[in-house]
Design a protein around this ligand. Structure first.
Ligand SMILES: [Fe+2]
Length: 371
């Protein structure tokens, strides 16, 4: 996109093939099946059209979300009031990304969506996880991995919360929000002392629902005072031994799955690839994800992380996109009635682990009996 013109100069430029960059103001499908995208920059707006019979372009146009920033190569129509899209360019990340590695063989484990306080909290599986972490469960190879775990990253929904969905109280084993965090703190007391915990809120937690979400308030943080816990906001970038992690609970996964045809809610990794392509965690304003009006857009993926982790959808999957390790970090809650209603089967009690020295990622499965 080297020859980008401001939108208000397109007509006067006399150029037929134009490049522009802007924020998507509106998207519509015409009665004939073409797709109209209204693009806005600081100087004006332009109406762009993806023609139905141009398969590549119409496919790209279907991946465009409201409020995201895109680049477009287009040709001005005969009467000059439309720009016919030839190509849509997403910011994306570069093809090759140099991974940062730790100098010592330490591992980070991702423990998402614990949902303590829910009747569906998987107590038995959770306890075998703690037992393994303490070196008292698993074969010698599994015990070796446990001994290398130096960090637990918790990407949100650490408790089940109160009043998150209708009639939730019927599914709660602990009905007081502070008691829920106390119960979690008690569980974390069983985590070995050499392990540091990094904890982030999600949409079930007791912070404001609008993203970006701040770290937990002092009253909650104090419950964990005996432990090495770092409280961060949602989303958050942080580095462990030089390896940069982008951790985002993942509420917007639903917005992506709802608005882009070929994306599915139970395939979060594919959505995370699209987030990296768009360089944004939650572009669309006014969807399911509440977005706080901040002066700075904290949801931008401005730096390319080494590891990108989400939770929220309770799936356990690991993949790689252009050198970035992608993780959806499972959950410790069995299927809820809400998930049952949506016909959604969670992939719970799995623990994704990354060795920060080798970059290797594996999953420990606590949904099955480990001897
Ligand atoms: Fe959750």
């Amino acid at each position: 996109m080297r020859n980008v013109l401001p939108i208000n100069r397109i007509r006067r430029s006399g150029i037929k093939d134009v490049q522009l960059i802007g924020i998507v103001k509106d998207i519509r499908t015409t009665v004939n099946g073409h797709r109209l995208i209204e693009l806005e920059d600081e100087t004006g707006t332009a109406t762009l059209m993806a023609l139905k019979n141009n398969k590549d372009v119409i496919q790209l146009a279907k991946e465009v979300l409201l409020d995201e920033i895109i680049g477009v190569n287009g040709r001005i129509s005969k009467n000059g009031d439309l720009i016919i899209i030839q190509n849509i360019v997403f910011p994306d990340i570069s093809i090759q990304n140099n991974k940062q590695r730790a100098e010592i063989p330490v591992c980070v484990a991702f423990v998402s969506d614990i949902h303590i306080g829910s009747k569906m909290f998987l107590e038995k599986e959770w306890h075998s996880f703690l037992k393994w972490l303490n070196g008292n469960l698993g074969n010698s190879r599994q015990k070796d991995v446990a001994s290398k775990v130096k960090y637990l990253v918790v990407p949100g929904d650490v408790v089940d919360g109160i009043g998150i969905y209708p009639n939730q109280e019927e599914e709660l084993s602990i009905r007081n929000i502070y008691r829920q965090y106390e119960a979690l703190a008690k569980q974390f007391e069983l985590v070995p002392d050499h392990i540091s915990i990094i904890m982030q809120p999600g949409n079930h937690d007791a912070v404001r629902p609008a993203e970006p979400q701040p770290a937990f308030e002092k009253e909650i943080q104090d419950l964990f005072s005996g432990k090495d816990v770092t409280f961060v906001g949602n989303p958050c970038y942080f580095a462990l031994h030089g390896v940069e992690i982008l951790s985002y609970h993942g509420q917007s996964l639903l917005d992506f799955a709802t608005n882009i045809q070929n994306l599915k809610y139970n395939e979060p990794i594919e959505i995370m690839k699209v987030m990296l392509k768009k360089r944004h965690l939650t572009p669309a304003y006014g969807g399911y994800t509440p977005i706080a009006p901040e002066h700075f857009d904290y949801m931008i993926i401005d730096r390319v992380p080494d590891i990108f982790v989400t939770g929220h959808v309770h799936m356990a999957s690991i993949d790689n996109y252009r050198g970035v390790t992608l993780i959806n970090a499972s959950s410790w809650q069995a299927q809820t009635t809400y998930q049952k209603m949506l016909n959604f089967v969670p992939d719970s009690a799995k623990l994704p682990i990354v060795n920060l020295k080798t970059g290797n990622a594996t999953t420990m499965d606590f949904s099955q009996k480990i001897t």
